[in-house]
Ligand binder design. Structure first.
Ligand SMILES: C[S@@+](CC[C@H](N)C(=O)[O-])C[C@H]1O[C@@H](n2cnc3c(N)ncnc32)[C@H](O)[C@@H]1O
Length: 232
């Protein structure tokens, strides 16, 4: 089967500008209340948003490590992903990025900006170590939760139960959750997507697929939006 053939869950990250496009929101949504990015990886979203005065927390399974180790891993993972990329570049669409060189430049820029803020951010509990499906936050701590490039994307190695538990957990800590993409490393829709949506609805969570206007993996233009309607 044709897919981006990577041997690990990559410690990569996108920039603030990429997040706005990927998750289809603007700064008004950030101003509404605390935001969680999980898993945030080497994204510079939290660093850039916090520099602009917004209230963003980043959480990742690797945030118990030292910044030097995260930068080493981040650079190694960019290398690994983009070494493999050429074999499947036809699975991607060049609307948002001009070419592979630009994508790599953005990933490196995110890693650099993330690293510059990590030590200080961890002291201020802006960067929190945590592993799905159990997050270290009280119920409804965030008005918006963003979860990019883990669930569904790595559906070849994370099982359906992990997905169900993780989605319930993200919905537990936030009023609204946005998850992107809904495809795997083969750029095909996650096979259990509809069963997963039915499961969430059966738990009282509003779940719908929404167009984002962003496309990189060809055809991956939608996110999943969850709303936790339980009263506070
Ligand atoms: C590709 S990065 C996504 C980063 C960012 N959200 C983005 O879209 O650019 C995937 C991240 O998931 C993290 N991760 C893997 N398993 C996890 C888990 N069980 N809980 C929290 N983070 C996890 C990895 O450490 C990695 O940083």
């Amino acid at each position: 089967m044709e897919r981006l053939n990577i041997d690990r869950i990559a410690f990569l990250g996108r920039t603030y500008a990429e997040y706005l496009k990927i998750f289809g929101f603007d700064e008004n949504a950030l101003a509404k209340g605390p935001v969680l990015d999980c898993p945030a990886g080497a994204s510079s979203f939290a660093a850039e948003a916090n520099e602009s005065g917004f209230d963003v927390t980043a959480c990742d399974i690797l945030y118990d490590q030292q910044v030097e180790e995260l930068v080493r891993k981040g650079n190694e993972d960019i290398q690994h992903v983009f070494d493999e990329f050429d074999k499947v570049s036809h699975l991607y669409t060049w609307n948002y990025y001009r070419d592979k060189v630009e994508v790599i430049r953005q990933r490196r820029a995110a890693l650099e900006r993330f690293a510059a803020r990590f030590a200080e951010g961890r002291e201020k509990e802006r960067y929190v170590s945590g592993a799905l499906p159990h997050l270290p936050f009280p119920d409804r701590s965030f008005s918006l939760v963003l979860s990019g490039h883990l669930l569904f994307l790595y559906g070849d190695r994370l099982d359906p139960e992990f997905h169900r538990k993780s989605l319930l957990e993200l919905a537990r800590v936030g009023d609204e959750v946005r998850i992107f993409p809904l495809v795997g490393l083969d750029s095909k829709t996650y096979p259990e997507l509809h069963e997963t949506i039915s499961f969430l609805r059966s738990k009282g969570i509003e779940a719908e697929m929404v167009d984002t206007g962003f496309e990189f993996q060809s055809g991956a233009t939608q996110m999943l939006r969850l709303k936790n309607n339980a009263s506070r």
